[in-house]
Design a binder for this molecule. Structure first.
Ligand SMILES: *[C@@H]1O[C@H](CO)[C@@H](O)[C@H](O)[C@H]1NC(C)=O
Length: 413
């Protein structure tokens, strides 16, 4: 009897104790990982609001660690966990805008239309969200779309394209193309002048926007896209050793390895060849030679090499890596590598780059190529900015300024 009572008491005490211990271990693990990762992050002194950025980064790392735990417990995958947490935002609450969801050729979209009466047809902006082709949704970019619609008095259509790794290239691009085509065809139904439609996107969305504009350039029977708006776009997957990749390799919110990781999710649905891709061992010598005239650090203004740059030694190509990810160095995935004949047909461009961003040089090199092909480029360089800053325009003045520049550009169309 005595033994049994003791036993019950023990379990009564032990269970909560065990629970508390597991919880404490989990908290320690998360905090430890955040500290570990934060100690690897580099926040150069030139960045705006560095403490705020560190906090933002720590919360991202914390989410990723919790997602990893959820995955190990077979609750869901890490990616599903992160998507879920980021998509809790409510959509479309804006007194000045009419909001609705629809489908453009089977692709879900969100439409933001200014309520105020308009003298004539409005401008249109097709918006493709960022998130490495893996994360992001119309919800994560609702604030940006509302801002552009409201401030530029334009109709904004935000596209819920399918995501990797479940849906690899070309599915996400095809969704964006379908939505763009539908918007250009049916613009008038939304009070939009079909000759004044811009295609915009940030990060991976900027990659999709650039690819859509190239695909539609010169397409007969469709209104010409009026402009492309590229916000720190991903423009090439052939060289991850450009000066900006070296200088900003560990600057939040996008580390060099992470950029390549996302690209591989997009083209292959896995990151098996990450090591090869980072070294450039996924591009055959013949292609490397062909790319050199567009991808070389020689094409960058001197000031962008001042923070340090070591020319990378050419690596021998690994055939299996090339086979698995060869889409990566085609223009549909790497718009920077398109022929002059395609670039010449592109519309006027707004390009935003951030100094502390691995993707800075993708943007700078595309700017050079566009200008050489007679395309007018309005360039906004955010000198104190990091990758993703526009999404935090409420707390980073440079992000706000960048978004205001987008609005000014759209209003000029
Ligand atoms: C990714 O690469 C592997 C290895 O080459 C290949 O078997 C697989 O089919 C590729 N997946 C996609 C979606 O291309």
């Amino acid at each position: 009897m005595m033994m049994m009572m003791m036993g019950t008491m023990m379990t009564g005490l032990l269970l909560p104790l065990a629970g508390a211990a597991v919880l404490a271990a989990a908290v320690l693990l998360v905090l430890g990982s955040i500290a570990f990762d934060a100690s690897h992050a580099e926040v150069p002194p030139g960045l705006e609001r560095p403490a705020r950025l560190r906090l933002l980064h720590a919360s991202r790392v914390g989410t990723a660690v919790l997602g990893r735990i959820a995955e190990n417990l077979h609750i869901c995958t890490q990616i599903q966990f992160v998507r879920f947490l980021r998509s809790r935002r409510r959509l479309g609450g804006d007194a000045g805008l009419l909001f609705r969801e629809a489908k453009f050729k089977e692709v879900p979209v969100a439409i933001y239309q200014p309520k105020a009466p308009s003298a004539g047809q409005r401008r249109g902006v097709l918006y493709l969200h960022g998130g490495g082709w893996v994360l992001g949704s119309i919800r994560t970019h609702d604030n940006i779309c509302r801002y552009i619609a409201r401030e530029s008095e334009s109709v904004v259509v935000s596209v819920e394209y399918r995501l990797a790794p479940e849906h690899t290239y070309p599915a996400p691009l095809n969704d964006c193309l379908a939505a763009a085509t539908q918007f250009l065809e049916a613009a008038e139904d939304y009070g939009v002048d079909k000759t004044r439609v811009a295609i915009a996107g940030d990060s991976a969305g900027g990659n999709l926007a650039a690819a859509v504009c190239q695909a539609l350039a010169g397409r007969p029977g469709l209104a010409r896209v009026r402009a492309q708006v590229l916000l720190y776009p991903v423009l090439q997957g052939a060289d991850f050793n450009l000066p900006s990749y070296q200088q900003n390799r560990a600057v939040p919110l996008l580390f060099r390895e992470r950029a390549a990781f996302y690209y591989l999710q997009y083209v292959n649905g896995s990151a098996s060849f990450l090591g090869d891709v980072l070294e450039g061992a996924h591009v055959p010598a013949k292609l490397q030679l062909q790319h050199r005239k567009w991808l070389s650090a020689e094409n960058l203004p001197k000031e962008f090499k001042a923070r340090g740059y070591r020319p990378s030694v050419p690596t021998a190509c690994e055939d299996d890596a090339y086979e698995a990810v060869k889409a990566l160095s085609t223009p549909a995935c790497s718009p920077l590598l398109a022929d002059d004949a395609v670039l010449r047909l592109l519309p006027e461009t707004f390009l935003l780059t951030c100094e502390y961003d691995v993707l800075r040089d993708d943007g700078l090199l595309y700017k050079k190529r566009l200008e050489e092909n007679g395309v007018k480029v309005t360039w906004c360089h955010v000198a104190h900015g990091f990758h993703g800053i526009i999404s935090f325009f409420g707390s980073f003045p440079s992000g706000k300024k960048g978004l205001e520049d987008v609005v000014t550009f759209v209003k000029s169309l």
